[in-house]
Design a protein around this ligand. Structure first.
Ligand code: GLY
Ligand code: MN
Ligand code: MN
Length: 350
């Protein structure tokens, strides 16, 4: 039974509920009062919600065993949920294409965000998260949160991380595009995309997600050497000495569902070599994860290396040149199937 709190309010409208399949499964009622409805049974009342908002309500607030059990029900997606996530991907991809076109046409970050909203028919407030749209060095701020209204004099790169919410389910997709004449940066984007596809191919039941994260570091080590950004160290040493971490400081991804960073990803804490990893579980059919390697030129992470003994391995001229491109991230949404994976972001669609 779902009680909707809908007080009479001449300041705001009530959103009419769409006729969606979930409504066949719930008994929907309206309430003018914000309190708990009267219960038929005396088995107790649990209140689940933002602790600040629900403080003071009668009942057991966010009881841990119940919250854990509820969270676990969200880990394995049903066919309906998978269809919603696939549709959220399909819609977001329209936006990503429009954003890329806007970039090629010389639009500002703000102009690109408008193109994305227009193509997805979604206002930013309804999106799963504020789109991250960074041109040039802004692409190197992981969660860059502003939009310049003027385009840069020389557009060198676009990083856009943006999704769509469909029937409550989120997509979370990132694409990076090199500007005209940026052949070195374009080669890195291409290399990272090939790595990203290999990492997506690793997704299968029984695979430890932490292994995908570690494989990403090995792949980034190869890329750093092949591009000439780092010289004179073998790939293993590049990882061990924390050099790959300076270029790829975040985790390889997370669960995805009705929340972008969906719940229950960390039954065990992340290992020391992956402190920001949001998912540390072994993959099982029905889980939906993101795979999002990155390679960034972040001044605050590069400076300590440039000041210490690791400077000898860094191609400082090339680093200086590429800094203005900010960074690269490529992110897809991937379902674990019985036998392998289904990449919801790269499906052939009619
Ligand atoms: N858009 C946030 C993330 O990729 O985790
Ligand atoms: Mn993500
Ligand atoms: Mn993202």
């Amino acid at each position: 039974m779902l009680w909707l709190y809908e007080p009479v309010d001449f300041w705001h409208a009530h959103q009419p509920l769409q006729d969606e399949p979930w409504r066949k499964r719930v008994d929907l009622r309206n309430s003018q009062s914000p309190g708990a409805p009267t219960l038929d049974s005396d088995q107790g009342l649990a209140v689940i919600g933002d602790p600040v908002l629900v403080a003071g309500l009668p009942g057991d607030i966010n009881p841990e065993p119940l919250v854990k059990a509820l969270n676990e029900t969200r880990v394995h997606k049903t066919a309906y949920e998978i269809a919603c996530l696939a549709r959220a991907n399909e819609l977001a991809l329209l936006g990503h294409q429009a954003a890329q076109d806007a970039f090629v046409n010389g639009e500002s970050e703000f102009g690109i965000s408008l193109a994305y909203q227009q193509a997805t028919r979604q206002r930013e407030a309804d999106a799963p998260y504020h789109s991250i749209i960074g041109l040039n060095e802004h692409a190197g701020t992981l969660h860059y949160q502003y939009y310049d209204t003027q385009p840069p004099g020389r557009p060198r790169s676009l990083l856009i991380d943006a999704g769509v919410r469909y029937r409550g389910y989120c997509s979370d997709i990132t694409r990076t595009t090199a500007g005209p004449g940026e052949s070195r940066f374009a080669a890195l984007v291409h290399g990272l995309e090939r790595l990203q596809l290999r990492l997506c191919d690793m997704v299968a039941p029984g695979v430890d997600y932490i292994d995908i994260h570690r494989k990403a570091h090995q792949g980034i080590a190869v890329l750093l050497s092949a591009s000439g950004l780092v010289v004179g160290l073998d790939d293993e040493a590049l990882v061990e000495q924390g050099i790959t971490r300076a270029f790829f400081p975040h985790g390889i991804g997370h669960f995805l569902g009705v929340q972008v960073h969906d719940v229950a990803g960390k039954l065990t804490p992340p290992p020391d070599d992956a402190p920001f990893l949001r998912l540390t579980r072994t993959l099982e059919p029905g889980m939906v994860v993101t795979i999002e390697p990155g390679l960034y030129f972040i001044p605050s992470l590069l400076e300590p290396m440039l000041k210490g003994h690791r400077r000898q391995y860094l191609n400082t001229a090339l680093l200086k040149e590429l800094r203005g491109c900010g960074g690269i991230r490529i992110e897809d949404n991937v379902l674990v199937t019985e036998t392998g994976m289904r990449n919801l972001t790269r499906e052939k669609r009619q």
